[in-house]
Design a protein around this ligand. Structure first.
Ligand SMILES: Nc1ncnc2c1ncn2[C@@H]1O[C@H](COP(=O)(O)OP(=O)(O)OP(=O)(O)O)[C@@H](O)[C@H]1O
Ligand SMILES: [Mg+2]
Length: 256
């Protein structure tokens, strides 16, 4: 029902080449991203970890084509975002990306179900199909009984799950999440990560999430570690975890 982007596991879908971003002006200008080189492939489940202020959100905005780099390149599915105009960027976001940010911007006058249906309407999905898929998604995230409530009658964590369902609605090529489970308890966060894992394995979607929670990062396949605007480690989760442990970074209570 949804026209899927061409899905070829292993093909590069995000390519960063010497990506640099400076924020602020004059005396307060800070080089937040200092030349990142990263390639993420179709069907990868990646987490980005690093201290507060290391540039994770800045990077996510660039990956989401919501901000422009000062120099270097961001290629999304082979397209250099620098060469796209605002309309083309909007089209790219709409067709290929799903976002889950901490402020989820749900539409307050619509129900949870309608919020999840909305992106499908934009893609021309029939009302009954959109309703069915929205219902399935919300149910899989534990909200099956609350689909008709407006966001104002849902808890913060419930709203976050609605936003996650909305981001997944069109089965985007790439799902980007900046602390997508930041408002959720452990069991709901686990549930969401399990849903992500399923999408990666079954639909070859690519998922990139920022998380502070190393137990959650441990559930992804690859960890990219940012410190002070630079990639200091990048590799299979078990390997990066081991190096972080050697550096004393993984809390002892963690079982990743
Ligand atoms: N408009 C701005 N002007 C100057 N510096 C900024 C601006 N916005 C962000 N910064 C700085 O950029 C750096 C990176 O910020 P960013 O939000 O990307 O960090 P982060 O890794 O997402 O942190 P957190 O884990 O706390 O969310 C920070 O040091 C921040 O102070
Ligand atoms: Mg951040």
């Amino acid at each position: 029902m949804i026209e899927l982007n061409h899905r070829e596991r292993g093909k590069p879908v995000i390519e960063l080449r010497d990506l640099r971003r400076t924020l602020g002006e004059g005396d307060t200008a800070v080089e937040v991203l200092k030349g990142l080189n990263v390639t993420i492939s179709q069907g990868e489940f990646c987490s980005i970890v690093g201290p507060s202020g290391s540039g994770k959100s800045t990077l996510m905005y660039l990956l989401g084509a919501l901000d422009r780099a000062d120099s270097g390149q961001v290629l999304i599915d082979g397209q250099d975002t620098k060469k796209l105009g605002d309309l083309e960027l909007a089209e790219l976001r709409n067709r290929k990306l799903g976002f889950i940010f901490q402020f989820h911007y749900l539409m307050p006058e619509f129900s949870a179900l309608e919020n999840v249906m909305m992106p499908m309407f934009k893609r021309g999905v029939r009302h009954s199909d959109a309703a069915e898929r929205a219902h399935e998604l919300l149910s899989s995230l534990g909200l099956g009984a609350k689909t008709h409530r407006p966001p104002g009658k849902l808890s913060g964590g419930e709203q976050q799950r609605v936003a996650i369902a909305r981001a997944l609605a069109n089965e985007p090529l790439i799902v980007l999440g900046d602390e997508p489970t930041g408002n959720l308890d452990t069991s709901n966060a686990d549930n969401v990560f399990a849903a992500f894992d399923k999408l990666v394995k079954e639909k070859s979607q690519t998922i990139v999430v920022v998380t502070h929670d190393l137990d959650l990062a441990a559930r992804t396949d690859r960890i990219i570690r940012l410190v002070d605007g630079q990639v200091v480690d990048d590799g299979p989760t078990a390997d990066v975890m081991e190096r972080m442990r050697a550096d004393g970074i993984v809390p002892l209570s963690s079982h990743g």
